[in-house]
Design a protein around this ligand. Structure first.
Ligand code: ATP
Length: 355
């Protein structure tokens, strides 16, 4: 098999610690992959002012099978302009409209809720990734005066809403639960009682599309109620579809159920095109460079990318090794272990290795 070509952007902060470890684990697992690293990030921006080189996104799309990203954010770049241009640029300009964030509990000890076992948490959040309030549409008027007005537009197009909702139903059909059982429901999360115009579009399109999937139960919750339900009874969730901002927020909450930001993986996907995979966490400046960041979110993101590239055997081996590490407390401190980033990764690498 030809090696899959992967563009690697470790980025800033802990991205530069966890991504190299995840690459080593993927190689050790025997995945036929060829990594090409890019230095896009704060250092490069501070050195020559470049965030994304000319033709950058077209090159990623043209020359690679997938993109593996760490995190962008650095206190030296107060505007965060490089993060915006690289990360949001990739999502928007490469039209990676489906942000897929699986939420799985590997071990009961990782969940802050009482009496919850791994089988109880196995859902996925599908976040619209190219519209909403993240397009930076809007403006300010009379800035710096007491009459200042700030407007942040919430963009919702029929096309954008329809394709993420359809993706959610297709996802439910094609991706069984970890126990092998079928996914039975897709839940729309919105705030249509207060945000009536955008909410009305989501509600109408959800009704339209769900009627084409009679075997899947359509459900609905307002985002505020959903936050409460997620901590009261996370067992009830299967597939959740929502807009860009609510997806951003509820997946941090969901990450809390599975052991924190250090455990959460994500994909930014446009079916049939070069897609991008990144851990849910950011650059975490307070812990960067100290060998304490949890590498498992990045390693599990690597497994997710391999699965997307039809390398399921390698992905299975990596996920099993991470599960083993969690069960045996061979983890970083955020999960209650005593290992550093490198040491926890080494432990997983040794078990994910193809023999
Ligand atoms: P950014 O601006 O890049 O989003 P941030 O610090 O605002 O960075 P995160 O990086 O997502 O946001 O993290 C918030 C906090 O969560 C971190 O400061 C850290 O304490 C914790 N955290 C995040 N990722 C990890 C990780 N991989 N391992 C351990 N702790 C983590």
């Amino acid at each position: 098999m030809n090696a899959k070509r992967i563009a690697v952007l470790p980025g800033d902060g802990i991205g530069r610690e966890v991504i190299p470890q995840a690459l080593r684990v993927m190689e050790a697992a025997g995945a036929p992959v060829q990594f090409t690293e890019f230095d896009w990030g704060a250092d490069r921006y501070l050195a020559d002012g470049v965030t994304v080189p000319p033709d950058g996104f077209a090159m990623l799309d043209r020359d690679f099978d997938a993109i593996f990203v760490g995190a962008f954010g650095d206190p030296r770049v107060a505007t965060n302009v490089h993060a915006k241009e690289i990360l949001l640029g990739m999502r928007f300009k490469m039209d990676l409209y489906a942000n897929v964030r699986p939420v799985r509990l590997l071990d009961s000890s990782l969940c802050p809720l009482k009496g919850i076992e791994p089988k109880d948490i196995d859902f996925v959040v599908l976040r619209e990734n190219t519209e909403g309030v993240y397009t930076d549409a809007g403006g300010v008027f009379k800035q710096g005066t007491e009459d200042e007005i700030a407007i942040q537009e919430d963009i919702n197009t029929y096309k954008g809403v329809a394709r993420i909702i359809r993706y959610a139903f297709e996802y439910a059909e094609r991706n069984p639960r970890l126990d092998g059982g079928p996914r039975k429901s897709v839940l729309l999360c919105d705030k249509s009682n207060a945000m009536t115009h955008a909410g009305g579009l989501w509600q109408r399109v959800f009704r339209e599309i769900s009627s084409g999937y009679p075997q899947i139960t359509p459900k609905h919750m307002y985002v505020d109620a959903l936050c409460m339900q997620m901590v009261r009874d996370p067992r009830q969730f299967d597939v959740i579809v929502t807009n860009n901002m609510f997806g951003d927020i509820i997946t941090d909450l969901a990450a809390g159920l599975q052991g924190g930001l250090g455990m959460a993986a994500s994909g930014n996907i446009h079916p049939g095109r070069t897609s991008m995979f990144e851990p849910v966490h950011g650059s975490a400046p307070p812990i960067a460079g100290k060998n304490v960041a949890n590498p498992f979110g990045a390693i599990l993101t690597g497994a997710m990318m391999l699965r997307h590239l039809s390398l399921s055997a390698e992905a299975d081996r990596i996920e099993a090794a991470v599960l083993n590490a969690v069960q045996q407390k061979k983890t970083t401190q955020d999960l209650g272990g005593a290992l550093g980033t490198r040491e926890a990764s080494e432990w997983v690498l040794a078990r994910a290795q193809r023999v």
